[in-house]
Design a protein around this ligand. Structure first.
Ligand SMILES: [Ca+2]
Length: 457
């Protein structure tokens, strides 16, 4: 069990620290819960925990009730936050879809796999995530997990880049950036709904199909540890509810974002359908007795566009303001982790090393990850060691260290203290030139390192 890996505290210090911060009863409760996975599957040889990773598409920081949103009703996701850990400083690695997915799969900055931009239908149909990359699915498959992805892949259109060539043994979903929720046609007019390496005809609303396939996958895996990556389309456009008709039909022109005039209502319906699906999945896991042995993580892949809400953050999808990449994230593991709010700075690429820790395995040989194991942060109020994190998209670069964020957008340089100014309202670069200089040095070093890799998008 590697729950103590890469922390500022070693195991002994951690126990001392915990014992002195909290009541003895709560300390031992947490201690027992932290050792429970070890007891369950480490010593007795029983099944390793299932891992379910649910990612929404373009869901903003302010879109959920548990993050202060009041538009959509999300009782099931809010319930996970109530009973789990809600992260308030979690970031997608990218400000758009494909880069975040590359970082999530590889546990490394997406620049290393060359997926710094979107894998577009128009220009990148014959590229994608190299099958030479070592993915989280490769790792989990190597230790005996069944590995399924249901929903959006967006790391390569060509079947050469299929999830099945990148560590997954089951794929049901779509490979492009978005499809019509009813006709399953992508924005270039191609049919895009797959079972493994073949397109299949399946009728239904995408969010419901994803829910049903996820439940079916988990039911079929009773007795086998599984990794299930549920990659929702909601609330990405086209803005379509369950009761709408298809906008994209073969051979005809269509509005890419959908035809509904009341986009805000459609957006709400889409989030609520996803929430309902998550509720159904939880019920199914409970009924099958799998819930207690399942670590579940929910997150988004980038901030919302102007249809959604990133409140109280500034900026939208595609920008490196906080609203572009600070997104909702919730960890839930029934009876294993204590409920709470955590303010550690965490990125998508951290999931890979964290899951290695949760599954209790040794770090794979010859695998170097940029991500940090945050399994410590599954305990409230425990933070990671201070880290430096970087983002780059088009002509924007950002570096974060502690509360400080340096943002360079073309010629424009800004410094913010996110602790006192999470909304990035006040550029204080003139007040702290030494901090600007030190962050610039870090950013330049990182840029030189990332520029060693060839872009594929
Ligand atoms: Ca997205």
């Amino acid at each position: 069990m590697k729950l103590f890996r890469e922390s500022t505290l070693d195991k002994k210090d951690y126990l001392y620290h915990m014992r002195n911060r909290i009541s003895p009863v709560r300390f031992y409760k947490i201690l027992i819960s932290s050792l429970l996975p070890l007891v369950i599957f480490g010593c007795t040889g029983l099944q390793k925990p299932n891992i379910i990773l649910i990612m929404a598409d373009d869901l903003g920081y302010g879109d959920l009730g548990c993050y202060g949103g009041d538009h959509a009703k999300t009782p099931h996701i809010d319930g996970l936050a109530d009973k789990g850990i809600r992260f308030v400083d979690y970031h997608s690695n990218g400000a758009v879809c494909s880069p975040t997915r590359a970082a999530l799969m590889t546990g490394r900055y997406q620049q290393r796999s060359g997926i710094e931009g979107v894998v577009t239908a128009a220009g990148h149909r014959h590229t994608g995530l190299s099958t030479q990359e070592y993915t989280i699915a490769d790792y989990l498959g190597s230790i005996g997990y069944s590995t399924g992805i249901i929903g959006k892949w967006h790391l390569g259109y060509d079947t050469a880049f299929s999830p099945l060539n990148n560590g997954f043994d089951h794929f049901r979903g779509y490979v492009s950036g978005n499809i019509d929720y009813h006709s399953h046609i992508d924005q270039t007019g191609r049919y895009d709904w797959w079972l493994n390496k073949d397109t299949i005809v399946e009728e239904g609303y995408v969010t419901d199909l994803i829910t049903d396939a996820a439940i079916e996958f988990s039911r079929n895996k009773q007795g086998t540890p599984f990794f299930l990556y549920i990659s929702h389309e909601a609330p990405h456009y086209p803005y379509q509810g369950r009761n709408d008709t298809a906008d994209r039909t073969n051979g005809a022109d269509f509005p890419v974002s959908g035809s509904r005039p009341d986009i805000e209502n459609a957006y709400r319906e889409m989030i609520e359908a996803m929430d309902e699906g998550i509720g159904k999945l939880l019920t199914a896991l409970e009924q099958s007795g799998q819930l207690e042995n399942t670590f579940l993580f929910f997150c988004s892949d980038n901030g919302a566009n102007r249809t959604g809400s990133n409140h109280p953050l500034k900026g939208f999808k595609g920008k490196l303001w906080e609203g572009g990449h600070r997104v909702p994230a919730i960890a839930f593991w029934k009876d294993h982790i204590e409920p709470g709010i955590n303010s550690a700075t965490i990125l998508s690429m951290d999931l890979f090393p964290t899951i290695i820790a949760i599954t209790g395995n040794e770090w794979p040989d010859n695998v170097e990850l940029d991500g940090q194991d945050f399994s410590h942060s599954l305990f409230p109020d425990q933070s990671l060691q201070e880290r430096t994190a970087f983002w780059r998209f088009k002509n924007q670069q950002a570096v974060r260290k502690g509360p400080w964020k340096l943002l360079i957008d073309g010629e424009e340089v800004s410094l913010y203290n996110l602790e006192s100014d999470p909304g990035e309202k006040k550029n204080i670069k003139e007040l702290y030139p030494a901090i600007v200089d030190s962050l610039r040095v870090l950013l330049d070093d990182w840029t030189r390192e990332m520029d060693r890799y060839s872009p594929r998008t």
